[in-house]
Design a protein around this ligand. Structure first.
Ligand SMILES: [Zn+2]
Length: 352
């Protein structure tokens, strides 16, 4: 059902177009360009071919270029319609999307589904050395449309050869290897590439695998030629996307591994993600989460990876963990207290 094209679009008159354009106050929901009834195109938030309705609530204005870029792909509204960030309209679209997603949840396959695609733009991705000055600049820019520079793409069959040539990685082997990190049952593995929009150059590749039965998932950054200043935030963007999918699908995933080849830059990235980016994610990450960094050597290639491991606990489990932690702390306190007393006693003995 997911891949079939049903062409039953209705014809939109000028009056309909005017009403749709008014939704965004006359701009393209994606790039923010000013539009007129003649230059706008009508976008179906959930493509009709994927079961979206051809009604007013499922439409939004896009410029021609952005509509071409989106085609039939499914995007999370929050990731794609960056020009309407923070508006009630975007919230509405997200709710609609979430409701719809529940209806296809069982068909969802991370490999076969021409998935929601994360979109990262320069404003999010650019991490200069001086964050304070950067934030100030960001504030003063408020309200102006963001320019998208980088974008994650789902890598379907059409792009496999290209990705293989650019990265020099055997994608079939890679899929097997990444899948085997979490499961023996050959779980589906989706490949994403991050490209620079102006040149279409591939800058980064990630593989994502999920095993619903085992409640585990892995994101593996297999290849990257990203400029240093973008690395941390681009890597983080795919982790964020993952959380959005999990949240939207209400998948019960308990363990997530975020792995990348062991390099000095990647160590830096992981620590940045763990100490700066994750804490800032607020309500988007599960509440009962435990995160730690490990290294692993993969049995197939002997390549060394570093991994950020995240275990998500149920409220009961985390209550239990908290109790354990409290008990542990009490024991530690008692130990300290005891050694202090012993020291004092010895000192007294020495004095007398
Ligand atoms: Zn546009």
């Amino acid at each position: 059902m997911v891949g079939t094209q049903i062409d039953d679009r209705r014809w939109y008159g000028r009056f309909d177009k005017k009403e749709i354009l008014a939704k965004t106050g006359g701009i393209c929901a994606c790039c923010g360009k000013q539009l007129t009834i003649d230059t706008m195109t009508i976008e179906h938030v959930i493509p009709i071919s994927r079961g979206g309705l051809d009604g007013f609530s499922n439409t939004i204005p896009l410029c021609y270029d952005c509509n071409q870029l989106k085609k039939n792909t499914l995007y999370l509204p929050a990731w794609f319609y960056s020009a309407i960030t923070g508006t009630p309209l975007l919230n509405q679209l997200n709710t609609m999307f979430t409701e719809w997603f529940k209806t296809v949840k069982d068909d969802f396959d991370i490999e076969m589904f021409p998935l929601v695609t994360p979109r990262a733009n320069l404003e999010i991705a650019y991490m200069p050395k001086d964050m304070t000055r950067f934030r100030k600049k960001q504030k003063s820019k408020k309200g102006t449309p963001q320019t998208n520079i980088l974008q994650w793409h789902y890598t379907g069959k059409d792009y496999m050869d290209e990705v293989q040539t650019v990265t020099g990685i055997d994608l079939r082997e890679m899929r097997k290897r990444v899948g085997s990190i979490i499961s023996d049952n050959n779980p589906p593995v989706a490949i994403y590439t991050c490209r620079k929009l102006t040149t279409n150059k591939i800058l980064c590749m990630a593989a994502v695998a999920m095993d619903i039965q085992k409640k585990s998932a892995v994101i593996s950054l297999e290849w990257s030629e990203l400029p240093r200043m973008w690395q941390g935030s681009i890597h983080f963007s795919i982790l964020e996307l993952y959380y959005d999918i999990m949240r939207m699908c209400e998948y019960d995933i308990r363990s997530l591994m975020f792995a990348m080849p062991e390099t000095e830059d990647n160590w830096r990235c992981l620590y940045m993600i763990m100490n700066e980016s994750l804490p800032r994610m607020g309500n988007r990450i599960p509440r009962h989460m435990e995160a730690w960094v490990t290294t692993l050597r993969h049995s197939y290639t002997d390549a060394k990876y570093i991994a950020l491991n995240m275990a998500i606990h149920t409220p009961e489990e985390s209550r239990h963990m908290l109790e354990m932690e409290n008990a542990y702390n009490m024991v530690e306190e008692a130990k300290k207290d005891l050694s202090k007393r012993i020291k004092e006693q010895n000192k007294q003995k020495g004095d007398t």
